[in-house]
Design a protein around this ligand. Structure first.
Ligand code: OFO
Length: 162
C-alpha cells in the first residue's frame, strides 16, 4: 500500500516537473496517473481492512530528484512501473506459497494493471522518441497537446482481437 502511495508521489513530482518544463499535456497525463496510483493505494487499504487486518499508514519516501530531460523522465517512469511489477509479483508469490487464494485473486488485478501500465509508458517513450527526432520539434508540440486527452487505459495482449 505504501509502495502505491510512493508511485503516486513520483507521478506527482514528474508531472510538476513537466509542467514547469513546458510540457502541459504530458504533465496532465502524469497528474491523472497520480490519481490512479492513489486509487491503487486505497484498493490495498480497503482489501487489508476488509479482510480483518489493519493498515498501517506510513511515511512516503521522497522521489529521487528531477529528471534531466523528458526522455529521462519517461525512462524513470518506466523503471518505476517495472519495480512496482516486481513488488506485485512478490505478493502473488507469497499468496501462492501461503495458499491465501483471496489475496492471490486480489493481486491478479494488479498483475494485469502492471502489464497495462508498462505498455502505456513504453508507447509514450516510442512516441516521444519519434517526435523528438524532428528538427523543428513541431511533432513534439503535437504530441504534448494530444497527451492532454490521452487515455490512461490500454488493451493488453490477452484482450486483442484480430
Ligand atoms: Fe502502476 O502502480 Fe499501481 O499498481
Amino acid at each position: 500500500m505504501t509502495r502505491e502511495a510512493y508511485q503516486a508521489q513520483v507521478y506527482l513530482a514528474y508531472a510538476s516537473w513537466a509542467e514547469v518544463e513546458g510540457f502541459p499535456g504530458i504533465a496532465a497525463f502524469l497528474y491523472k496517473h497520480m490519481h490512479e496510483e492513489r486509487e491503487h493505494m486505497f484498493n490495498f487499504l480497503k482489501f487489508i481492512n476488509g479482510r480483518g487486518g489493519k493498515c498501517q499508514i506510513q511515511a512516503i519516501d521522497a522521489p529521487s530528484g528531477d529528471p534531466k530531460d523528458m526522455n529521462d523522465c519517461l525512462q524513470r517512469t518506466l523503471q518505476q512501473e517495472i519495480d512496482n511489477s516486481l513488488c506485485i509479483d512478490a505478493i502473488v508469490n507469497l499468496a501462492h506459497e501461503e495458499k491465501d487464494w483471496a489475496t492471490f485473486n486480489f493481486a491478479q488485478w494488479f498483475v494485469r494493471e502492471q502489464i497495462e501500465e508498462e505498455t502505456l509508458v513504453n508507447n509514450l517513450i516510442d512516441k516521444f522518441g519519434l517526435a523528438a527526432q524532428q528538427p523543428d520539434h513541431a511533432n513534439l508540440y503535437a504530441l504534448d497537446r494530444d497527451m492532454t486527452s490521452a487515455p490512461q487505459e490500454i488493451a493488453i495482449p490477452r484482450d486483442e482481437k484480430v
